[in-house]
Structures are given as structure tokens and as C-alpha cells.
Design a protein. Structure first.
Length: 77
């Protein structure tokens, strides 16, 4: 599975794609101290992962998505 990251619709968002399908987004926390990954196309309230640095968070997401499909990918197929 190929995981890619693209600029989101707002200045502080990064959209996360897995095999060409949008599966979530990364945003800065309200206090700007960490990055938060929100799983799902419309999830803006409950983040699944967080890290103070963007690159380790991207690496974690790439690793997790590479091992098994996420539920949103299965349900949209």
C-alpha cells in the first residue's frame, strides 16, 4: 500500500492518502505543540495518533497502513 501526503484544504492541514484514497488528515494541535492524525474523511474531533514532530508521525502512519488495510478503505471499496 502506498501512503502519500498532500497539502490540505486549510493552511495547517495535510491530507493523508492510501493507494489514492483519502483516509484522514494531519493537523497542528490547538496549542501548536504537536501534530495530530485524524482518521476518516470527515473526522475533525478525535485524533488517533500524535507526535511533536511531523516526520515521525508520517513514518508511523506509513508503517501502520503498509501492514494492514484501514477500516475506511475496506468499507469504501
Amino acid at each position: 500500500m502506498q501512503v502519500t501526503f498532500r497539502k490540505g484544504s486549510s493552511a495547517d492541514a495535510i491530507d493523508v492518502y492510501c493507494d489514492g484514497k483519502r483516509v484522514g488528515c494531519i493537523r497542528r494541535s490547538q496549542d501548536s505543540r504537536r501534530y495530530e492524525y485524524y482518521h476518516g474523511r470527515h473526522n475533525l474531533t478525535a485524533y488517533a495518533y500524535e507526535n511533536v514532530s511531523l516526520d515521525p508521525l508520517k513514518a508511523l502512519l506509513s508503517s501502520r497502513m503498509g501492514r494492514r488495510p484501514l477500516l475506511s478503505l475496506i468499507s469504501e471499496s
